[in-house]
Ligand binder design. Structure first.
Ligand SMILES: O=c1[nH]cnc2c1ncn2[C@H]1C[C@H](O)[C@@H](CO)O1
Ligand SMILES: [Zn+2]
Length: 339
């Protein structure tokens, strides 16, 4: 399929960070609102916000988020950001998307955790109305913060569950903060009935995938290190966990050093539930269409397999059963019309 056909395919996306996915246009608008100077040329701005040269690891990748953090400190900014990402997603026929962000990074100018969450949901609702897309928010705890701060973020999320919020996640420095360190906040999320996805297996730490599922995650962000411990596939399958695949990001962070190591065959042969995602449209300089094109190029992924990835994503989504049923029907019909 050519890029235009891939772009037109209906898609779902479960793993997309708000702060890593702002268009350059939105970054300029936000910078103006915050009265923060930005370079005039898009090329220079892209250099500040995108991975352009080879980097060593996830730590260096995360440094690329520093530039946008000061731009996301008001309700208006968070709302505009959420609207911007929905606009980009709708332009490539994403029909359902979960967008995640860390409220703890938007408190510099006095917003409360709850206000940051409400503002992002506002932007998502506005985007849904404008673009006919469905969405949910995920609140990220950050691994490098203490459990009290992460519990506070999750506590602020509780009133929004099923009201624009789908669940919670942990992002950040996985190499130094394994799942065991997050136990109190994860336990809190579970007692509150917050659906849980966890970044895991992004730092050559296959054991973190096991541990995250053991702690209650029904989805795993990345899961790349599966290739280093293939027998984990049986455990993932037995627990019906869905892998949120983010190929470009994994190549950039050296979660896999080359495409040959990527556990695609393991995932397909074991019929693991999995879906395709961008992780960060801007930081990774990608789109969901580009991710589909990469899967097609490297793994000869067919339309039928793209459909299966989407059906897996819908089944694992943190949205209402009625929306899942509707999306399932629509996706089956749309992909059938292709063949
Ligand atoms: O792929 C990732 N792994 C771990 N943390 C990540 C990844 N992408 C983004 N983040 C972090 C940086 C953001 O500031 C934060 C919330 O979106 O999540
Ligand atoms: Zn991520």
């Amino acid at each position: 399929m050519d890029l235009k056909t891939l772009q037109a395919l209906p898609k779902v996306e479960l793993h997309c960070h708000l702060d890593g996915s702002l268009s350059l246009k939105a970054i300029r608008q936000l910078a103006k609102m915050a009265q923060i100077p930005v370079p005039e040329s898009d090329q220079a701005l892209a250099q500040l916000t995108q991975v352009q040269e080879p980097i060593a690891n996830l730590g260096e990748y995360l440094e690329k988020f520093d530039f946008v953090a000061p731009l996301l400190q008001t309700k208006a900014a968070l709302k505009l950001a959420a609207f911007d990402v929905l606009e980009q997603a709708a332009a490539e026929n994403v029909q359902y998307i979960e967008i995640r962000f860390a409220p703890a990074f938007s408190l510099d100018q006095g917003l409360s955790l709850g206000e940051t969450i409400a503002a992002v949901i506002d932007g998502l609702k506005q985007g849904e109305a404008a673009f006919g897309i469905h969405s949910n928010l995920l609140v990220c705890g950050m691994r490098q913060l203490d459990n009290a701060a992460n519990i506070a973020a999750f506590k602020a999320a509780v009133p929004y569950l099923h009201q624009g919020l789908g669940g919670v996640d942990f992002a950040g420095n996985e190499a130094d903060f394994p799942p065991a360190d997050l136990k109190p906040a994860i336990a809190y999320a579970r007692t509150q009935g917050l659906p849980l996805t966890l970044h895991a297996g992004e730092c050559h730490c296959a054991h973190n995938i096991y541990e995250s599922i053991h702690l209650g995650a029904t989805r795993i962000g990345h899961g790349t290190a599966l290739y280093e411990q293939p027998d984990l596939a049986a455990y993932i399958k037995a627990h019906h966990a869905c892998l949120e695949l983010c190929l470009t990001s994994n190549l950039q962070t050296k979660a896999v050093t080359n495409i040959a190591d990527y556990p695609y065959d393991l995932i397909r042969q074991n019929q693991l539930q999995a879906c395709i995602n961008t992780d960060n449209r801007t930081v990774s300089n990608t789109t969901l269409t580009k991710e589909y094109a990469l899967f097609q190029k490297y793994f000869q992924t067919s339309a039928a397999t793209f459909l299966q990835f989407n059906l897996d994503g819908i089944a694992a989504a943190f949205c209402a059963p009625a929306l899942k049923a509707q999306l399932t029907r629509q996706f089956k019909a749309a992909y059938q019309a292709l063949s």
